[in-house]
Design a protein around this ligand. Structure first.
Ligand SMILES: N[C@@H](CCC(=O)N[C@@H](CS)C(=O)NCC(=O)O)C(=O)O
Length: 205
């Protein structure tokens, strides 16, 4: 199987990390976001959204990282995607929450404080940062409260839900994501950041 992506981007990285944890080999095909490779016709033919990651498994092409994670979870029996309807629905719930809510606030900081400087497209916009802050704190409070009682998001065990939602926090320092008041989120992140799945798939400088 091939995964098209940029190693430092959270969405491709989470797929590579989860695949590593499950023992599923994935060949990385570089899509250099800093050079606009995601907008080249050959990539758009695989993924018309011009975003990464994209998985190619034989004649099957799949984009959207949460869908890819579930597809990989179905390839091999794994505790990350338990064979249980309630656990799967609970994982889906956190993946939906991530896509609609958590990623919006977090990505606001990533774009304003990090992507803009990498692409040299201007300074952070204080209004956009304020909006990102509002979105972020609303959902960080929910997540932190959940993590006061649980080590992980679902069934007190590491699952695809954790791989989904933790990934953008690898950029927290550089993107100035305000985690100071969220000790449980920082602990949850630290536990996962130490896993070989993440360290061994980490982008090389
Ligand atoms: N919901 C999508 C988000 C994909 C996404 O935004 N990927 C970023 C990298 S983390 C990207 O490719 N950005 C390039 C662009 O928007 O031009 C997923 O989970 O796969």
């Amino acid at each position: 199987m091939k995964l098209y992506g940029f190693p430092a981007s959270p969405n491709p990285w989470k797929v590579r990390a989860a695949a590593h944890h499950m023992g599923l080999p994935l060949e990385l095909e570089l899509v250099d976001l800093t050079k606009g490779a995601q907008r080249k016709p050959e990539y758009l033919a695989l993924n018309p959204t011009g975003r990464t990651p994209t998985l190619v498994d034989g004649d099957f092409t799949l984009w959207e990282s949460a869908a890819i994670l579930q597809y990989l979870g179905n390839k091999k029996a794994t505790a990350l995607w338990p064979h249980d309807a309630k656990a799967r629905a609970d994982i889906m719930r956190w993946q939906c929450w991530h896509l609609q809510h958590w990623s919006r606030g977090v990505n606001g900081f990533v774009f304003e404080n990090l992507v803009k400087s990498i692409l040299r497209i201007g300074d952070p916009d204080p209004k956009a940062l304020a909006q990102a802050g509002e979105l972020f704190h609303q959902d960080a409070a929910v997540l932190d409260k959940h993590l006061t009682r649980h080590p992980y998001l679902v069934n007190d065990a590491l699952t695809l839900a954790d791989f989904t939602a933790v990934a953008p926090l690898f950029l927290a320092e550089r993107a100035k994501i305000p985690l100071e008041n969220y000790a449980n989120i920082r602990r949850w992140f630290g536990t996962q950041a130490a896993l070989p799945a993440w360290t061994e798939t980490a982008p090389r400088p």
